[in-house]
Design a protein around this ligand. Structure first.
Ligand code: FAD
Length: 286
């Protein structure tokens, strides 16, 4: 089924993000996580794609296909384009289709330090979106940034870029994680004022450790509210207590998003069943 149709039928659309096991690990290492989630049915599960992902060892596709075949949940295959030629992308798309996956999150990917590994076929995600729409019948999602993309010095999301992705064919958007809901509500308002009408799912990530948060804020430019800084300060030496308090913080965020009637909630579940279960019980009461 196409994910764009879920947004017509359900509100909020509930999704989780998983990542494939590390390169050297077998795909079955994620079985246990999925087994623990049996019975929990988000509308879709998205699977990340490594910046230097390759056709020969596409663990994203393996996991996405497994999610569909074994668990009956719609997968969303992330796909970045900056390091690939058009020919490689078309082959990857053919593989994804053959794997039974009907939905792709079209991304540029982070610019590699070495610009020689950039492809000149796709400069921005909008170019990939247009190509997918022209050549296939995938339902296509794209990324958006409530606090602006990390390369953008001027703060908020550039709505013109978002509109360009929609005009290229993006059916829905998933937001970068944020810890203050107001930044998401502002993005929604700006997007609607800028004639962006596609549904936008709000990205929520429960914190795991001080190190993980530091990495995320420098990688994504996400701001940290003082309430969360105090939680990290209080529990940083007790990982279990920190995770519990971090999850509670995210659940409060989700509750508020529900009150605001958002189109969708995308939980960066980081392959942790407890996160998915708690979020699901709040979102669907199950
Ligand atoms: P784009 O939309 O192309 O934007 C890239 C930059 O160019 C931005 O600064 C934008 O403002 C600017 N820009 C866009 N259009 C124009 C234009 N016409 N003129 C000038 N500037 C322009 N990365 C991975 O490698 N694998 C993943 O699985 C992955 N999953 C993600 C999932 C989500 C929900 C999100 C939010 C991000 C994810 N990323 C992933 C990270 C993403 O690849 C990076 O943030 C990347 O740097 C930008 O990708 P994009 O698709 O947003 O690019």
């Amino acid at each position: 089924m196409k994910i764009k149709d879920y947004y017509q039928q359900t509100k909020p659309v509930v999704s989780f993000e998983f990542f494939p096991p590390k390169k050297e690990a077998a795909i079955d290492t994620i079985y246990q996580t999925l087994e623990e989630l049996k019975g929990i049915k988000p509308d879709f599960i998205s699977v990340t794609y490594g910046a230097a992902g390759s056709r020969a060892d596409n663990k994203t596709l393996e996991l996405a296909s497994m999610i569909k075949k074994e668990y009956g949940i719609e997968p969303l295959h992330h796909l970045s384009c900056i390091a690939n030629t058009n020919e490689e992308i078309q082959q990857l798309l053919a593989d994804i289709k053959a794997g039974g996956v009907e939905n792709v999150l079209a991304l540029r990917g982070d610019l590699p330090a070495d610009s020689e590994t950039c492809s000149s076929d796709f400069l921005y995600a909008k170019d990939l979106i247009a190509s997918i729409k022209e050549n296939t019948d995938f339902s296509v999602g794209a990324a958006c940034y409530p606090e602006g993309h990390i390369d953008q010095l001027a703060g908020v999301e550039n709505i013109e870029h978002l509109k360009a992705k929609e005009d290229a064919g993006a059916d829905f958007f998933i937001s970068q994680l944020f810890f203050e809901n107001d930044v998401f509500y502002r993005l929604m308002e700006d997007a609607r004022n800028g004639q962006v009408s596609a549904p936008i799912s709000a990205g929520v990530m429960p914190i795991l450790s001080r190190g993980q948060v530091e990495k995320m804020i420098f990688m994504c430019g996400t701001s940290l509210p003082s309430e969360l800084i105090k939680i990290i300060h209080k529990y940083e030496h007790s990982i279990e207590d920190l995770r519990k308090a971090g999850l509670e913080y995210s659940l409060k965020q989700i509750e508020d998003l529900l009150d605001h009637g958002v189109d969708g909630v995308h939980v960066y579940a980081m392959n942790r069943p407890v996160v998915a279960k708690e979020a699901m019980s709040l979102l669907r009461g199950s």
